[in-house]
Design a protein around this ligand. Structure first.
Ligand code: GRF
Length: 203
């Protein structure tokens, strides 16, 4: 196994609190094999970009709005990852579906965190508050968050770990989201650590 660090890209579209948790874990020495070499945002106004800057991590915006079609957009995302010589890709609130070409370029090397339990509360349209409202409407006693490998279907690849969170009486989508997000910040760095310990990279 190579003893160099795993060159990691974090893909974001929003606030980037999971990005923050990962960068914090790297700085605290909890992710000894991980080096975050790139933050790629699909939105120019994502606060995650400020977080990257605060941690002196390189960032780039690749916005679908700047491209004539999805293929050109996706090709540019892939090109940025290749330019940065990335080994591992972590999606953290990234709201675009990845192209098959990109997924095939990083086989079993793309992770995602989802704010719900899979497979029941995943799939197309199940993101953000949609997940939490659906969980509440179903009268579930538990929800949670899941880290999974990314394949070509939304929220579909093998689940690596999940953390369950109780649904409390009086919960709203917002209160449940906040309680789950706290757990995401613990779970994602832990799973990235475990995953990184077994990942073989070329020298
Ligand atoms: C998180 O709830 C994550 O599970 C989902 O998108 C949200 C991103 O939040 N995929 P943040 O940008 O990390 O704060």
């Amino acid at each position: 196994m190579s003893d160099r660090k795993i060159r990691t890209a974090i893909l974001v579209s929003g606030g980037g609190s999971n990005l923050e948790a990962i960068l914090q874990a790297v700085e605290d020495g909890r992710l000894p094999r991980i080096e975050v070499v790139l933050v790629l945002s699909s939105r120019r106004d994502a606060y995650a970009l400020t977080r990257a800057k605060n941690h002196n991590v390189a960032s780039v915006v690749v916005s679908p709005k700047d491209f004539a079609n999805d293929e050109l957009f996706q090709d540019t995302v892939l090109k940025e990852l290749q330019l940065a010589r990335v080994d591992l890709v972590c999606l953290a609130g990234y709201l675009r579906k990845l192209s098959p070409r990109l997924i095939h370029a990083y086989p079993k090397r793309i992770l995602n965190i989802h704010p719900g339990l899979l497979p029941t509360y995943g799939g197309a349209g199940m993101y953000g508050h949609h997940v939490h409202s659906t969980v509440l409407a179903a009268g579930e006693k538990e929800s949670g968050c899941s880290v999974h490998l990314v394949d070509e279907e939304f929220d579909h690849g093998p689940v690596l770990a999940e953390k369950r969170v109780a649904v409390l009486p009086g919960d709203t989508a917002e209160s449940l989201a906040a309680r789950i997000l706290e757990q995401e910040h613990k779970l994602y760095p832990e799973v990235i650590h475990q995953f990184s310990e077994t990942l073989e990279i070329e020298k």
